[in-house]
Design a protein around this ligand. Structure first.
Ligand SMILES: *Cc1c(COP(=O)(O)O)cnc(C)c1O
Length: 234
């Protein structure tokens, strides 16, 4: 199946090709390397191969693996992409560079924070629950439109959206969801300021080309870079 470097090179080539075709101009999407369950030596291999942004799903796992040292040694950006719990808000805000899975409670907490110097995270993406799945995090698209129409103050904290689609969604369903979120993203950019709302994180190993064709400029790839995850690697 090739090395981490080979797989990363292939992902990057395919992602850049789709991006240039979709955007009609040079450039490349952000590639967030999803490192959950991966031990530090494998993450280092990916960094050596050119990864600059990593995504972790769990605070404790990120601390245990010491991924934050990659920031000082390699200039890597460490993004939080997992579910949030309110008792961990402050630790997450202090340790990560970005929270891509931000929810209304976190953004409100942030907006009301007195001491913003205690926070490192400076980029926040609002998570969109595109399939309206009740067991998943994120807000539905109608809910986000409602908040934008009400000029909700904390909405001004966001730099974009992160989209999660249902695992079982067909290609056609994913294409439709990505398309709809892309429309919402452009509405928000217009409402909140296009220089501030710039990131649309959608697409994973399975479907990043489809997502890029629908307007994604940030993809989150785990298995596509590392190969299949075994739970025992946790
Ligand atoms: C695990 C995960 C990914 C990566 O999925 P792959 O199929 O391994 O590419 C992307 N986004 C989120 C939020 C994840 O939890």
């Amino acid at each position: 199946m090739g090395s981490i470097a080979d797989r990363l090179a292939e992902v990057r080539e395919r992602a850049c090709f789709s991006y240039r075709r979709a955007a009609g101009q040079p450039g490349e999407p952000h590639i967030v390397c999803v490192t959950k369950t991966q031990p530090l030596p494998r993450i280092l291999e990916a960094i050596d191969a050119g990864v600059t942004e990593i995504g972790e799903n769990y605070l404790q796992e990120a601390i245990r693996k010491n991924v934050f040292t990659l920031r000082e040694s390699y200039g890597a950006t460490v993004r939080y992409i997992g579910r949030l719990q309110s008792n961990k808000y402050n630790a997450i805000l202090r340790m990560f560079d970005a929270v891509d899975s931000a929810d209304p409670e976190l953004l409100e907490h942030l907006h009301d924070m007195q001491d913003r110097a205690a926070q490192r995270a400076c980029t926040f993406l609002l998570e969109v629950n595109a399939g309206e799945e009740s067991q998943k995090g994120g807000l539905t698209m109608p809910k986000i439109r409602e908040l934008a129409a009400a000029d909700t103050p904390w909405l001004h904290e966001i730099s974009g959206l992160m989209v999660v689609v249902p695992l079982q969604a067909t290609t056609q369903m994913r294409a439709n969801m990505y398309e709809s979120v892309s429309v919402l993203f452009h509405e928000l950019a217009k409402d909140l300021g296009s220089s501030h709302v710039t990131l649309l994180s959608m697409g994973t190993s399975d479907d990043f080309e489809l997502a890029i064709e629908r307007g994604s400029n940030m993809i989150r790839v785990g298995t596509g870079i590392f190969g299949f995850r075994s739970p025992s690697q946790m």
